[in-house]
Design a protein around this ligand. Structure first.
Ligand SMILES: Cc1cc2nc3c(=O)[nH]c(=O)nc-3n(C[C@H](O)[C@H](O)[C@H](O)COP(=O)(O)OP(=O)(O)OC[C@H]3O[C@@H](n4cnc5c(N)ncnc54)[C@H](O)[C@@H]3O)c2cc1C
Length: 367
């Protein structure tokens, strides 16, 4: 016996939402994916991700795009170099060890999933304004233009500031006390050979043992660029407090050169010569563990469910959440068992997994 195909809405065409839709489509279930961005190229997708075997890579296998991922990924991107503030290399992993965690640019991975979904897979430029519950364990979406649509299941894959989350939980992300200020370089091998050498094929981290309130991270992208993050322990309104206008790139540069005074010249050049403006990205997280009472008709995955500080797990978890949820739903449809029981089963696995990763990420941030 099989169930009639449920009407499923996925809010958010990030990595989690897209992978969920791809897996459902493989099982013959067409979910509607709502994305507020006007199109795939609407905004930059950020840096490079290393995908872990049991989570990110496993999810890509479930979605049937693992071989394509291997073709596009950069195993050499796992290289990691750590420097002290005097510019001395204190640790070096060449990236050939186990477990294998190949890197892939986030934009490339997203395009891979979009290809898997097909041209009509996403309703671009369609923000979801509000979500509510209606009779019979169903959920109602109110779209940006006021239109109303009802679904058997709404999946909140809408990231840190999820609108869907409010249906199941009152939790709101809070500032961790850390901020990453992002800037970047293009064509590093030709134009910035010193930086290219420090970053190698993967990532560099520079810290000062006596002062853990500031650090520099550099990460190579697949397109010859290097993305740099200045990590700071600081108040949320740090720029205002020090009287720096973030739109004034040269003033921000002068500020950071003072903050990092005494560091080796090669590291200071990263601040002095960066091409991009400086974009302040405060790090927020949800309380941990973040769980909720199961609510028929609505569930969450990825950052919407367990936003945590960036420590290499968030995207991997979004992908495996999505694979597990879609597989559970497809199984219920095929077997004629209840959709709601399938979602409960997914949440039983996702909650402890998300909580454990969030705890680890918080510890990593504190260190
Ligand atoms: C600096 C930084 C570095 C990171 N590095 C790593 C890393 O190396 N490895 C790793 O695993 N993780 C990393 N992460 C974490 C990772 O980026 C996230 O955990 C991951 O992107 C979460 O995926 P998601 O699909 O849940 O949400 P998102 O990727 O945030 O996608 C959510 C989507 O929902 C859309 N949306 C939001 N609201 C609405 C709405 N109301 N209506 C319609 N659409 C909406 C958004 O536009 C977006 O497309 C990093 C994070 C940061 C900030």
């Amino acid at each position: 016996m099989s169930n009639p195909t449920p009407r499923i809405a996925i809010v958010g065409a990030g990595l989690g939402g897209l992978l969920c839709a791809v897996v459902l489509r493989r099982h013959g279930i067409r979910a509607t994916v709502f994305e507020r961005d006007a199109g795939a190229g609407h905004r930059g997708q950020g840096g490079s991700l290393d995908l872990h075997e049991d989570t990110g890579q496993a999810a890509l296998r479930t979605a049937g795009v693992y071989d394509a991922f291997l073709d596009l990924s950069r195993p050499e991107g796992q290289e990691m170099r750590e420097y002290d503030h005097a510019g001395t290399l204190v640790a070096h992993e060449d990236g050939t060890g186990e477990p294998a965690r190949p890197e892939i640019d986030r934009a490339v991975l997203r395009d891979l999933l979009l290809d898997g979904l097909g041209a009509d897979g996403v309703r671009w430029g369609t923000p979801v304004r509000r979500v509510g519950l209606v009779a019979g364990g169903r959920a109602r979406l109110v779209l940006g233009d006021g239109a109303v649509e009802d679904y058997d299941l709404v999946v909140g894959a809408d990231g840190a500031w999820s609108r869907v989350r409010a249906v199941v939980s009152g939790a709101v992300p809070f500032y961790t006390g850390s901020t990453l200020v992002e800037t970047w370089f293009t064509d590093v091998d030709r134009r910035y050979p010193v930086l290219a050498g420090m970053v190698g094929n993967g990532m560099m981290l520079a810290t000062e043992a006596s002062d853990p309130t500031r650090l520099l991270i550099g990460q190579r992208g697949g397109d010859g660029s290097v993305r740099v993050w200045i990590g700071l322990r600081c108040p949320l309104d740090w720029a205002e407090r020090v009287g720096v206008d973030l739109a004034d790139t040269e003033a921000v540069r002068v500020h950071f050169l003072a903050v990092f005074a005494g560091w080796h010249e090669d590291l200071l050049r990263v601040l002095r010569e960066s091409e991009g403006p400086f974009v302040s990205r405060p790090v927020y997280r949800l309380p941990c563990p973040h769980t909720w009472q199961h609510t028929a008709g609505v569930t969450l995955l990825g950052d919407a469910a367990h936003l945590m500080p960036p420590a290499g797990q968030g995207a991997n978890l979004a992908l495996i959440d999505a694979a597990d949820l879609a597989t559970a739903v497809a199984g219920a449809v095929a077997e004629g068992s209840g959709l709601d029981a399938a979602v409960r089963g997914y949440e039983r696995i996702m909650h402890p997994r998300g909580a454990a990763a969030a705890e680890e990420s918080v510890r990593a941030l504190e260190q």
